[in-house]
Design a protein around this ligand. Structure first.
Ligand SMILES: C[S@@+](CC[C@H](N)C(=O)[O-])C[C@H]1O[C@@H](n2cnc3c(N)ncnc32)[C@H](O)[C@@H]1O
Length: 216
């Protein structure tokens, strides 16, 4: 679209500002993109989950409910104002105890304990060095964990998303599926390491079982 479109939709390397969250984190979005339904196949009680670029917690709060008191969701964002927004919401929802806050840096997204599942929803296009980003996420996955990448069709073209998948694969992640997610491009990855720790079957595949044709 036009340059104006790029400015309005923050398509050229800006990080989404806190004030802009009301445009995508609202009741209307729930009608077309139910967060519980999206995370249900990947998150269970007791899991340790990394929500990278959580904004003010559209997915963080439902994940916290789902992991329960024995699990944790780490909300890793580069903006402290987003993390503050999550705290307010989590306290209201009674799930503050399940949430760890992590203030990322552009070159250091997360370097804590490995996790069972990583969600990167509508944020990767804001990261300048995606090669480094994917390497760090892969290192944060338990061997049999999963990583779901979703990008907004409004900001990211199909070709750009294919480019992101290539970078993820070069970082060692294994493409397992291209799940259909409304308004989004979606890709599900395994860690590419053989192992049994985590809630998914051991990821033994070295080559991607998914071809580009599968993205509808
Ligand atoms: C458009 S919001 C998406 C929020 C949320 N995932 C959702 O789907 O509602 C993008 C978020 O990614 C964060 N972000 C951008 N670059 C980041 C980075 N390098 N590390 C961590 N968070 C980042 C922004 O601060 C913002 O909170």
């Amino acid at each position: 679209m036009s340059k104006l479109g790029d400015i309005i939709f923050f398509r050229e390397h800006g990080v989404c500002p806190r004030w802009f969250c009301f445009t995508f984190d609202n009741r209307l979005r729930r009608l077309v993109q139910n967060p519980d339904r999206i995370i249900r196949p990947f998150v269970g009680a007791g899991d340790r989950v990394l929500d990278v670029g959580p904004g003010i917690g559209y997915f963080t709060i439902p994940i916290a409910r789902r992991v329960g008191s024995g699990g944790r969701v780490i909300a890793a964002d580069i903006q402290e104002s987003m993390l503050r927004g999550i705290v307010r919401r989590a306290e209201r929802a009674g799930v503050r105890g399940q949430i760890e806050l992590y203030l990322s840096r552009p070159d250091e997204i997360y370097s804590g304990e490995p996790v069972d599942f990583i969600l990167s929803f509508w944020m990767a296009h804001e990261v300048p060095r995606l090669d480094r980003f994917f390497r760090q996420l892969r290192a944060a996955l338990k061997p049999a964990a999963r990583f779901l990448l979703a990008e907004p069709k409004l900001h990211v073209s199909r070709a750009q998303f294919d480019g992101e998948i290539d970078l993820a694969q070069k970082a060692g992640l294994v493409l397992l599926e291209r799940p259909a997610i409304s308004l989004s491009h979606g890709a599900l990855f395994g860690s590419g390491r053989v192992g049994t720790s985590g809630r998914f079957p051991a990821d033994q595949r070295e080559e991607s079982p998914v071809s580009r044709k599968d993205d509808r």
